[in-house]
Design a protein. Sequence first.
Length: 165
Amino acid sequence: MGRSDQVPAKRVLFVCTGNICRSPTAAAVFRSRAADRGLGDRLEADSAGTTGYHVGEGPDARAQRHARHRGYDMSDQQARRLEPADFDRFDLILGMDRSHLERLHQVAPPEARDRIALFLDFAPNAGTRDIPDPYYGAGGAFEQVLDLIEIGIDGLLDHLAPDPA
């Protein structure tokens, strides 16, 4: 699978706490659904955490298992912490819940704040504004997270690359 030398039109960063559950799941779903829409060469995604608790680790095994069951692969991702350069590298930086959004606004340079948003703002009918943290929950929590992320990704992709009318 070759990669175009062309710079992606849009780069999206998903941010959660430790970068092992919610944000890597969102990045994997984004890549898969963007490719399904023929947008894989125009959109790029990555993920990061607001903390460094899990730097260098792969995504949570439960998150990977539930994602894989739905056809998403995130096995090649490694947790990393949000870094100042991310505010220059990404066109859109999305907090997975309101605490992440608040933290992003605290650490972002003023010129980057207009590129920060809450992930589920792209899914106004999701019934919640926050992707819950499944880390301490059972398997059902990971399924709920996937349900919400799929809804949010579809809304985000509609926003980034609307179907021509």
